[in-house]
Design a binder for this molecule. Sequence first.
Ligand code: 5GP
Ligand code: MN
Ligand code: MN
Length: 320
Amino acid sequence: NIESLFDIAIEKIKESERIYIVSHVQPDGDNIGSILALWIAIKKIKDKVFILKTDDIPSDFLFLPNVNEIKEFNDEGKIDMFIALDTSDENRLGKNKELLNKAKTIINIDHHISNTNFGHINIVDSNAAATGELVYNLIKKMNIPMDKDIASCIYTAISSDTGSFMYDNTSAETHRIIAELIDIGIDKSNININLYQNKSLERTMLFIKSLETLRLYFNNNVALIKVTQDMLNKANAKMEDTEGIVSFIREIAPVEVGIILKEFKENEIKVSMRSKRFIDVSAICASFNGGGHIRAAGCTINSPMDIAEKLILDELKKVF
Ligand code: 5GP
Ligand code: MN
Ligand code: MN
């Protein structure tokens, strides 16, 4: 059971010398908050603990404590322990995937139902609202005092993945954890402004441009928008600036599924899907080798935008 898995993981962490905590591709608040919280905690008891960067950290999260500790791997020592957080499968490790072969022990801590259990120790709990909840439990069980920095990172992780405590995955336990983080003295007003009230003008322009591409399908049950490289150039924005657009279109009353198609390259379309009440978007994305959660999932389609759009709509036609 999960309790004994925590105990085994803690034993292994204590006896490992060089520990690498690794971020996932296109890191989000849950991933970044979780890796920073765990790094700060382990750093209190171990000297050689490192955080590996996989992709760039979106500017939203640069306010977090110790964010500069997230660094590229430089091949200077052995990897006694590799810890993946919020990472459903090996491919989500991007360029750092190959390091799995060098690691003596792999710990995989996650809350995706689609997790492939790629670690030696797999702490996977799809009932957790965020990986940040699991990291909170791990730090508690290690008896490491929860300081304000750790608490701020865990708050960021949980708030990000629950849509500020709005989504179904938010439990009584989630609120109990958050209550404790507030008692520790986090500046939640400042964290919330950084996370949610800090949009650049470029991001705002991209928001406007992308909403112009809005199309509704299947009796307004599906809302779809597109972001192309051309649109990014015109708004002087980055792909990370699309964050939040897909959940925004899900807010439209009749919409059950919101979809954004992001053109990373001409033949590389990253799809993000969000649902509201009953559609399992993780299952839909699984048919394109993607995955995620029931209400938030994604996949990548290696075709041009118009073909990707057609493939996605054909798949949705089966459920609407
Ligand atoms: P987002 O749409 O914000 O990129 O991701 C939403 C959720 O779906 C996240 O939990 C993320 O882990 C998952 N997800 C997104 N893209 C992929 C993908 O290509 N493969 C898998 N397995 N999961 C994905
Ligand atoms: Mn994530
Ligand atoms: Mn997560």
